[in-house]
Design a protein around this ligand. Sequence first.
Ligand code: SAH
Ligand code: SF4
Length: 410
Amino acid sequence: MSGTAPHPQGHKAFPTAPRPLSPEALLNEEERGRILAKSALFAPPEAKLPDGRTDLVGLSREELAAEMVAMGEKPFRAKQLWHWIYHQGERDFSRMSTIAKPFQQKLAERFVIGRPEIGTEQTSNDGTRKWLFRFRDAQQVETVYIPEDDRGSVCISTQVGCTLSCSFCHTGTQKLVRNLGAAEIVGQFMAARDSYGEWPTPKGGGEDDDGRRLSNIVVMGMGEPLYNYEAVRKALTIVMDHEGIALSRRRITLSTSGVVPVMDICGQELGVNLAVSLHAVRNDLRDVLVPLNRKYPIEELLAACRRYPGVSNARRITFEYVMLRGVNDSAAEARELARLLKDIPAKVNLIPFNPWPGNDYQTSKPETIREFSEILLAAGISSPVRRPRGRDILAACGQLKTASERERRA
Ligand code: SAH
Ligand code: SF4
């Protein structure tokens, strides 16, 4: 579990890197600062209730200890609380049996252990479950649970809306309203666990099959996680802490549309699995499908993948490729993709395009997808076709969108 221990300086912005950065990554330092400053403009509201009580969820261990010290308590109280909050999933201070009654009362006067409010919950006929979660300021996001044979993934959102506007993505039609805070990100997973009654944390470190239903996290919901990196880092550090939810970094996959300067730091600090939304093999086409490509073109993106820490044949980078009929699905493009990826430990996830209202793209024909996949396979690249899940409840990749923007304007 050593690799999953929380970062010792978890609360600082970009703490000292454990390993030296490569020259290319160092070049990105300045830009990273700019991205971070911009992200702060869309900060979430303070995690406080109208009655002044503070939400303990989302605080780092250090911040929790500081709260205890501010109450005149010993820092070890933070360890006790951490266990109740993230291992037991307890939300009621009066049920924390290792804590004396008077102190339970003191805690309840000052704090809450929050969850996002459930707006709606829908279960698809294939078992996929989607929640619309509402936060204190009425902003909303969607979270999806996808059960599979050998695991279950919770797909969490990181922003309300998205600043990027990939032409095939429903979320991309919703302007960025704001970033989520760490509490709101980790809260989605905790609320999903509430829904399946999966507390306390099942035994085992999350490395092996430890019988959890909610065994994996994919950061692939609404928003671009690397444009809200600070909150994502804080939330995932909490999730990986071995005295709480204790999910191994190998069970977490973060998907990015390619925010190159932040990919380096994400690999270094979090070491989670990386998924990259590639979708095209030529810059002119990727400029249209994923407009961020104009800033970080394919060559730079692939260079960042090559230097992503910990990448090996056992831990490959996943390249997501949405199959759009007649747009990016030719055999020539499959061969070019194999060429581009030849020196990167990679697998390609072919995602049949999931339609949504008001969009004209069409899903590639099944035989086209099969042929595309076979070309990659022949080149030694595993390329599973992602089975669309929860399409009937608009829970599949790229179908998520909330009414937050509309409500804000109303
Ligand atoms: N912003 C991040 C993570 C969220 S999107 C990113 O772009 O990677 C998660 C995945 O769904 C991405 O690969 C995205 O390109 C894909 N996607 C978006 N819209 C889709 C659609 N309509 N059909 C299939 N996949 C889609
Ligand atoms: Fe944003 Fe990802 Fe959708 Fe692009 S695909 S608009 S980056 S959520």
